[in-house]
Design a protein around this ligand. Structure first.
Ligand SMILES: Nc1ncnc2c1ncn2[C@@H]1O[C@H](COP(=O)(O)OP(=O)(O)OP(=O)(O)O)[C@@H](O)[C@H]1O
Length: 221
């Protein structure tokens, strides 16, 4: 295999799955096919199209009824080959719509929680560098209750990166913010995209927003 081919295989996404939720008669059932050689892709679609379900399948939280999931050259799931990496071995950094910070911990402890989860694995992301990247040094001693929505999402991003993920999944991270706050957070997301070098899937309702983040946009539904 020549170097160009293997480089392309190691950065892209090859997802071809069918998902089912709920019962066979009235539940949700849909096939998804996403092939991309890009490192940062977006998935857009209407409410209920299955965007979150797709991320859950990639994270190992929902088992597809058929197909395969290959990210950056690594097979996470392949029904035919009986490959199904458990969620904790997929090393996914997941950022939700609502930041889901731990309310009983201050910002520093929330960030360190991510680092603790990484254990003895090779560390690519260190606390100081991530704090600098996300501009959250002045928040470290604060509790989470008084943080703005944008600050919470920056801390959530930091916690996800400090868990030393190999893939970053972002599920509508701006959707709880008003327009001005979205504009404030976007440059941080762009910095994470550039500095982390990680494969990323960015889910959103808004094609305009994702064009500023992703190299390749896929519509589902
Ligand atoms: N546990 C479940 N049992 C049955 N149906 C479910 C379950 N979870 C989700 N669904 C259904 O699966 C479909 C896809 O849901 P999903 O949350 O993936 O969509 P989405 O595109 O992320 O939507 P939104 O943009 O509103 O967050 C929806 O119709 C939802 O009602």
């Amino acid at each position: 295999m020549n170097a160009a081919v293997s480089a392309a295989e190691n950065t892209g996404f090859d997802i071809d799955i069918e998902l089912r939720r709920g019962d066979a008669r009235s539940g949700f059932r849909r096939a998804f096919a996403i092939r991309s050689e890009h490192r940062v892709i977006a998935v857009v679609g209407d409410s209920g199209a299955g965007k979150t379900s797709l991320l859950h399948a990639i994270a190992g939280l929902l088992r597809p009824v058929r197909g395969r999931i290959v990210v950056a050259g690594e097979t996470l799931f392949d029904r035919e080959r009986r490959i199904d990496l458990p969620a904790h071995r997929r090393r996914i950094g997941y950022v939700f719509q609502d930041a889901r910070l731990f309310p009983h911990l201050d910002v520093r402890a929330n960030l360190l929680y991510g680092l603790r989860g990484a254990g003895a694995r090779e560390r690519r992301f260190e606390l100081d560098a991530i704090v600098e990247l996300l501009g959250i040094g002045h928040l470290l001693a604060r509790g989470t209750a008084g943080l703005s929505g944008g600050e919470m999402q920056r801390v959530a991003l930091g916690r996800a990166l400090l868990s030393q993920p190999r893939i970053l999944l972002l599920d509508e991270p701006l959707s709880m913010l008003d327009m001005n706050r979205r504009d404030e957070l976007l440059p941080y997301l762009q910095r994470v995209r550039e500095e982390s070098g990680l494969p990323m899937i960015y889910v959103s309702h808004y094609p305009e927003e994702v064009r500023r983040i992703a190299e390749d946009v896929h519509r589902i539904g």
